[in-house]
Design a protein around this ligand. Structure first.
Ligand SMILES: Nc1nc2c(ncn2[C@@H]2O[C@H](COP(=O)(O)OP(=O)(O)OP(=O)(O)O)[C@@H](O)[C@H]2O)c(=O)[nH]1
Ligand SMILES: [Mg+2]
Length: 201
């Protein structure tokens, strides 16, 4: 069963994948890397190395689909979930054909995934949505309103401006489940795990 992590570039998707694995008790991870042509390769990384190599200081970073298997335990129930980190989706149609292919691959997976973390940067989402008008984020949370297994993850709540961003999201996304988190401080990870346990089909 697949849990897809999707969102605009630089919102913290990759750090979320790695730090959530750490929160669940994993010390090293087996990352499957799939390029835009569907070719696959496997890498075993410590969490520190994964953070150093996969998380970006400048945008954009992830140019392939990364996935790793996590195990979630709740009471006696143990479930294996494929956590899938995707390249950031840009507004509109990308000029580069490889970027267009990656976006198509990501949207295709969105339709098939049992669960979706739609990640936004709480400290920037308000200005990004206001600048873009009909933005990718808006389309995605409208899609999420009609779908089981969709969660809006408001990341970077440790950053200035996130308070206003959370208020904006609460006004815009009525009826949608949202969890504020920080991949930097790990706030909200317990709530993420509880949500995943309940959302497992
Ligand atoms: N302050 C703060 N920084 C964060 C948080 N989460 C991620 N970052 C930083 O945001 C930057 C982007 O993180 P990534 O995990 O690479 O973001 P991404 O969404 O995977 O980026 P792309 O792969 O380019 O789409 C890095 O410098 C992270 O350290 C957070 O909760 N708080
Ligand atoms: Mg990334």
């Amino acid at each position: 069963m697949e849990l897809l992590v999707i969102g605009r570039p630089h919102v913290g998707k990759t750090l979320l994948m790695i730090n959530f694995a750490a929160y669940l008790g994993m010390s090293d991870i087996r990352v499957e890397v799939q390029d835009s042509d569907g070719r696959q390769m496997v890498r075993r990384l410590t969490l520190d190395r994964a953070r150093r190599e996969l998380v970006s200081l400048s945008t954009p970073k992830t140019a392939q689909v990364h996935s790793l298997t996590i195990e979630v335990t709740s009471g006696r129930q143990r479930s294996e979930i494929l956590l899938v980190d995707t390249p950031g989706v840009l507004e509109g149609i990308a000029p580069d054909s490889r970027d267009r292919q990656l976006t198509a691959q990501t949207i295709g997976r969105l339709m098939r995934a049992a669960m979706v973390f739609h990640v936004v940067d709480a400290s920037r989402v308000k200005s990004q949505c206001q600048e873009a008008g009909e933005s990718f984020d808006r389309s995605l949370w409208q899609f999420g309103q009609r779908r089981k297994g969709y969660l809006l993850v408001a990341n970077k709540v440790d950053r200035p401006g996130s308070h206003e961003g959370l208020k904006f999201l609460r006004d815009e996304c009525r009826g949608i489940t949202m969890i504020p988190i920080s991949c930097a401080t790990r706030r909200g990870f317990r709530e993420l795990k509880v949500w995943v346990c309940r959302a497992i089909p």
